[in-house]
Structures are given as structure tokens and as C-alpha cells.
Design a protein around this ligand. Structure first.
Ligand SMILES: CC(C)(COP(=O)(O)OP(=O)(O)OC[C@H]1O[C@@H](n2cnc3c(N)ncnc32)[C@H](O)[C@@H]1OP(=O)(O)O)[C@@H](O)C(=O)NCCC(=O)NCCS
Length: 148
């Protein structure tokens, strides 16, 4: 499949939102995103200082997105990859791997010591990240407190 990786800019927001809605409607997530909420999510990232946002496009159509935030740690600068998703009918063709790799190369070129992300501990997604060289931490968990 032919695609190019570019910086995500305002003209990509609705295409990026469409990717989010469709990618997360499927297992293992089964999430019910509205287009409006998804567009807001992408816009928030674009409006965040020091964000880094990439798209995979083919003839203007957004096929995948990678959204990250630059952070500073005691080890030096890092990138937190907040979002990686690919349009379901374009999955399994190397776009996710290419976006992940482009984010890592961006980080490396900026002198970042690592890229980190949160995902499932097992299954196809875990294997996907590990195939791209991401190691899973065994000592950390995710904490959240709901208001409802
Ligand atoms: C995970 C994801 C970004 C991978 O993108 P992709 O373009 O399909 O990735 P690639 O083609 O480079 O690699 C495909 C590999 O991803 C793995 N994979 C993980 N989850 C998958 C899914 N839901 N569908 C298809 N492949 C998936 C498969 O093992 C596949 O390996 P294979 O080609 O040997 O079968 C994409 O499947 C996706 O958008 N999933 C839904 C959203 C999501 O889970 N994002 C990550 C949240 S942490």
C-alpha cells in the first residue's frame, strides 16, 4: 500500500478523527467515540505546546495517526506516545509500524532518550509493540480515579 508520513496539521483533523472513531469501535477496545469528541481529542493535541503529531496519508486520505507529547525526564527529553491508530481497512499493511518508527526517529533526531506509551499487557498489541523494539515494564501500573 502506498502512503506517506507527514506532520499532522489542521486540514487532517477530520480525517484523523474518522480514524480514531473507526479504529476504537473494534475489539479489543469497543469504544463508542463520536466524530466530534474524536476531533476535539486531536485538536487538543495540536494545541498542546510541544506536541508531535504525524499522519499517514494516501492521496490526501488520512490512513493513520500518531500523537505524542514531548516531555522532560531526569534522563533527558522523551516523547510520550499518546495515540497510535490506523483506519481498520488499512490495518495489517505496515502503516502502524511505519508511524511508530517515524515517531521514534523524530525522537532520536531531537536527542530524546526514549519513546514511551501505555497499552495492553498482552495479546496482539503487546506483540506489535515488542516487535518494534518496545520493552514492557513489569514494575508499573496505571492508576486512575473516576469522579462519577
Ligand atoms: C495497533 C495498530 C495501530 C497497528 O497498525 P497496523 O497498520 O495494523 O500495523 P502494522 O500493519 O504495521 O502491523 C500489524 C500488526 O499489528 C498487530 N495488531 C495489533 N492489534 C491489531 C488489530 N487490532 N488489528 C490488526 N492488527 C493488529 C498484528 O499482530 C499485526 O501483525 P501481523 O501483520 O503479523 O498480523 C492498529 O491495529 C490499530 O489502529 N488498532 C486499533 C487502535 C489501537 O489499538 N491502537 C493502539 C492503542 S495502544
Amino acid at each position: 500500500m502506498s502512503f506517506r508520513i507527514e506532520l499532522l496539521v489542521a486540514k487532517h483533523v477530520s480525517g484523523a478523527a474518522d480514524v480514531l472513531v473507526n479504529a476504537y469501535a473494534l475489539p479489543p477496545w469497543n469504544e463508542n467515540w463520536s466524530l466530534e469528541a474524536a476531533a476535539e481529542n486531536v485538536t487538543y493535541v495540536l494545541q498542546t505546546p510541544r506536541s508531535v503529531a504525524l499522519v499517514a496519508v494516501d492521496e490526501g486520505k488520512v490512513l493513520g495517526i500518531a500523537l505524542g507529547i514531548r516531555q522532560r525526564r531526569h534522563t533527558g527529553p522523551v516523547i510520550y506516545l499518546d495515540e497510535l491508530s490506523v483506519q481498520p481497512d488499512a490495518q495489517g499493511k505496515g502503516i502502524g509500524t511505519a508511524l511508530l518508527s517515524a515517531m521514534f526517529e523524530t525522537a532520536k533526531a531531537e536527542g530524546c532518550s526514549s519513546v514511551w506509551l501505555i497499552s495492553q499487557r498482552g495479546g496482539a498489541l503487546s506483540e506489535f509493540y515488542q516487535r518494534s523494539g518496545f520493552a514492557m515494564r513489569s514494575d508499573l501500573g496505571i492508576y486512575s480515579r473516576s469522579s462519577g
